[in-house]
Design a protein around this ligand. Structure first.
Ligand code: Z5A
Ligand code: MG
Length: 216
């Protein structure tokens, strides 16, 4: 039997509007899984610790200007450079809870509306990356997000742009995405996530689930 079909960890991605609570929920979910005896790790993209990630960080904090197409490819390269480790962890049985992935990559660049950088162009460099077993989309309007104390100081953290990013996410979403109303309380959201993520983890632990590829 192919090793891909052995019991393995689950690959769970969180996407959604800014301020929707992705980082809060990812952290809580990983702690819950670990407490339940599941091998689990919290990952995030961009991973700002690598050489590529440091360039991305300089861009996001406006210390560097980088061409829109070039920075898009850096975000993608930042996922490709983690691919081997990601697959190794999953096959070793570790569940990965990942705060943003290629969907953010496409939504944020396509939202710029720059000539030539349409959604198809944005999707191309991520084709072939491991695909998640589940995508949780934390859904929050720009107005609800603003009520949480406003956006931060980074490059993309402006209401007008966030509205365009949300439109891009709506356009990409398919029926496999698990949409969660992120205006609920932190505890209520976490409860729903635990139930749904628990089922995905159990399914992958049983085996027979191949690791698929983007954009399948
Ligand atoms: N980006 C890109 O362009 N291309 C790519 O390929 C990738 C990313 C992967 C960095 O993201 C930027 O990179 C991001 C996309 C772009 N740009 N923007 N904007 P990041 O992940 O580092 O962004 P962040 O700084 O972590 O912010 P965030 O993700 O928007 O926030 P969040 O993680 O969703 O929310 P949070 O930090 O958990 O919570 C926000 C606040 O709300 C906090 O005060 C919480 O206590 C509060 N909160 C959380 N949940 C609730 C509920 N349920 N009720 C009330 N208050 C709540
Ligand atoms: Mg976050």
């Amino acid at each position: 039997a192919s090793t891909q079909h052995q019991p393995r960890g689950a690959f769970i991605v969180f996407e959604g509007a800014d301020r929707a609570g992705k980082s809060t929920q990812c952290q809580m979910l990983v702690e819950h899984l670990q407490a339940a005896g599941v091998a689990a790790e919290l990952w995030r993209f961009p991973d700002r610790t690598t050489a590529i990630g440091k360039m991305i960080n300089s861009y996001l904090t406006s210390q560097a200007e980088i061409d829109d197409a070039a920075v898009h490819l850096l975000f993608s390269a930042n996922r490709w450079e983690k691919r081997e480790e990601l697959l190794r962890k999953l096959r070793a049985g570790t569940t990965l809870v990942v705060d943003r992935y290629a969907y953010s990559g496409v939504a944020f660049t396509a939202a710029k509306g720059a000539p030539g950088l349409d959604r198809a162009w944005c999707m191309a460099p991520d084709a072939g990356l491991p695909a998640p077993d589940a995508i949780f989309f934390l859904n929050l309007t720009v107005e609800q997000a603003a009520a949480r104390g406003g956006y931060g100081e980074e490059r993309y953290e402006k209401a007008d742009f966030q509205r365009k990013v949300l439109e891009q996410f709506q356009g990409m979403r398919d029926s496999s995405w698990r949409v969660i109303d992120a205006s609920q309380s932190i505890e209520d959201i976490q409860q729903q996530l635990r139930e749904q993520a628990g089922a995905v983890v159990a399914r992958c632990q049983r085996g027979g689930e191949p690791i698929k590829q983007l954009w399948g």
